[in-house]
Design a protein around this ligand. Structure first.
Ligand code: HEM
Ligand SMILES: N[C@@H](CC(=O)c1ccccc1NC=O)C(=O)O
Length: 278
């Protein structure tokens, strides 16, 4: 009989008293003890982990989007592009994750839905922060966070900064395109309104990509991101219809009808509208 292979013989570290281990570095004790099902339903663990992993990916997305915006503001366009490409891949990851959740049937979800109370993804502050950071701003959506001063402050602080799209449009202005002063001095807390001067600028970029290559690349990175984001919204609403049909949401909205309305949101409207004119 051959003896079991021992990696220690070729130097694998096996003693971790006083040394930082994998579990220590990754803070796994906190993460792996944070699943607290409120029912005895088998699928509640799937539901919890699906959301927790989504929130972790959103944490990274926020880290990348805010850094990309900072680099764009400082003229480090290449670094910003690299980060925006990563954000699109993160959303691809989030999109693929729906395949796991889709294995849960309506009857399996019904077993624990009541245990969720009035909690809902509608109250995901990281999701709202992503929306605010890229440019989809709506002060009405601060309200579910009023009971948490720290979260309200984080969301309010974001509304005071120019969004990723505001910054992209300022880059256009810096490059010499005539952007209306109303846009450049807009109230940052308000939703973005499609603007003719912005569309004309992007149109010019798309009419001669060679001449405006960096701006063209920036525009396509933004469109790419929105493309993945739209797919996330679509996967979500389809999964919701599959699992709860047209029931009202635990968050109090009409459910599928609310989510269908959100499918119409355009993050970077001029970048989509200009295509009809090319
Ligand atoms: C069976 C699975 C799911 C169902 C039945 C479901 C249902 C719903 C419903 C009905 C809403 C509308 C708000 C409400 O009234 O509750 C909503 C919103 C939301 N859900 Fe889910 N959801 C599911 C999975 C997920 C997952 C995996 C995520 C990932 C984090 C998520 C994130 C969100 C977010 C961010 C919103 C707010 C969307 C917005 O305001 O545009 N949901 N969900
Ligand atoms: N809004 C869902 C509940 C739900 O999906 C949910 C509940 C708690 C934490 C996250 C959730 N996910 C997305 O909304 C429903 O109405 O069934």
């Amino acid at each position: 009989m051959t003896e079991a292979y021992d990696p220690a013989r070729e130097g694998a570290q096996m003693a971790f008293d006083g040394r930082m281990s994998y579990t220590d570095y990754l803070g796994l004790d906190a993460i792996l003890t944070a699943q607290h099902p409120r029912s005895t339903a088998h699928d509640e663990m799937l539901f919890i982990i699906q959301h927790q992993t989504s929130e972790l990916w959103m944490r990274l997305a926020l880290h990348e989007i805010s850094a990309a915006r900072g680099h764009l503001q400082e003229g480090n366009t290449r670094l910003a592009f690299k980060m925006l490409s990563r954000v699109a891949r993160i959303f691809e990851q989030l999109n693929n994750a729906w395949d796991v959740l889709r294995t849960m049937t309506p009857s399996e979800y019904t077993e624990f839905r009541d245990a969720l109370g009035e909690s809902s993804g509608f109250q995901s502050w990281q999701y709202r922060l992503i929306e605010f950071t890229v440019g989809n701003r709506n002060v009405a959506l601060l309200k579910p966070h009023a009971h948490r001063e720290d979260l309200t402050q984080a969301l309010e602080a974001e509304l005071a900064r120019p969004s990723l799209y505001d910054v992209a449009v300022r880059v256009l202005a810096k490059a010499g395109f005539a952007i209306s002063a109303d846009i450049l001095n807009r109230d940052l807390r308000q939703p973005w309104r499609a603007d003719e001067s912005v569309q004309a600028a992007w149109r010019e970029v798309y009419c001669d990509p060679q001449k405006h290559w960096e701006l063209y690349e920036l525009a396509e990175k933004l469109v790419d991101f929105e493309d993945y984001f739209r797919r996330w919204r679509f996967n979500h609403v389809t999964t919701v219809e599959r699992v709860i049909g047209f029931k009202r949401g635990t968050g109090g909205t009409a459910g599928v009808m609310y989510l269908r309305r959100m499918l119409e949101v355009e993050l970077f409207p001029e970048l989509w509208h200009l295509r009809t004119e090319l």
